[in-house]
Design a protein around this ligand. Sequence first.
Ligand code: KG4
Ligand code: ZN
Length: 338
Amino acid sequence: MIYILGIESSCDDTAAAVTADDHILSSVTANQEVHRNFGGVVPELASRAHQQNIVPVIQAALHKANISKNQLAAVAFTRGPGLLGSLLVGISFAKSFSLGMNIPLIEVDHLQAHILAHFLRDETSIKPPPAFPFLCLTVSGGHTQITLVRTPYDMEVIGRTIDDAAGETFDKAAKIMGLPYPGGPMIDTFAKNGNPAAFRFSKPVIPGLDFSFSGLKTSILYFLRDRLKEDPDFMEKNKNDLCASIQSTIVDILVQKIKIAADQTGIHEIAIAGGVSANSALRQALLDAQEKHGWNVFIPRLEYSTDNAAMIAITAYFKYQKKDFADLSVAPYARSSV
Ligand code: KG4
Ligand code: ZN
């Protein structure tokens, strides 16, 4: 058994997990409440909270896994992309831990980790992981992309957003509606009681596999501004329908592109990853597409679709097998290197 400690600190969640080969032994996340009043993540507060959380979170992960730190084969951390101050907390801890325990240090790319989360197994795993090659739609607060995954070591981004990310669009739409941050899950909740066809918002016309969401955000803003002039209570009266309509527009844009990618590549193994893959309408739309187009769809469990450290540990497990280790000079990166 290869035991790996994974650490994730790229944004506002401090997370640690222990895996035994591809099995999850523990996965612990401390969410940061400090950002709630600011309508978004405040980088300075995030790094300070990571510093407070990191030791107890790692201790909890080791305790839950019921192994001692002497049994660990390697320690892995998120190198980027993310907030530099936040990443530094995880990296610094991982470096000292690797040095102190004399075990290899493994750097992990956050986006690759979201994709490889599909290979995590636990006692509830029934369906085998995706077969290579597969397509993965990664949709989070900072990223929206389609990746062609040939092997765990060979991934190619074949489509990406040219402006906002899908999660950012959910969050900005929620903010326009006066909902608290992060708005994505709130929209999902209100949408359950709304009519997705109540309002129409413009969809972007972007050729190929790229995405654009900035036009949709503007169209929501102007639509609401005009309606609120006519009726100041418009938002409150139509909250559920608004959420359902916005959500269905975002989901349509995402599913249309993944359909084009599937047709172009002939690949029918389709996975989703990232925080927005927790969205119930996106999950349902993919299950419908599975029926309709004969795809084999992979949807991660909720706790492994949003940021977590188990995905860092499984990615490190693949790298461990190739002896792909980092040295102590490794530095974080804010933006995607791919
Ligand atoms: O992957 P993630 O946890 O962090 C990043 O790496 O960005 O993704 C967070 C994003 C946020 O924008 C959040 O609003 C969105 O995922 N999100 C959702 C849902 N749950 C999380 N968006 C729509 N519906 C949800 N249920
Ligand atoms: Zn993420």
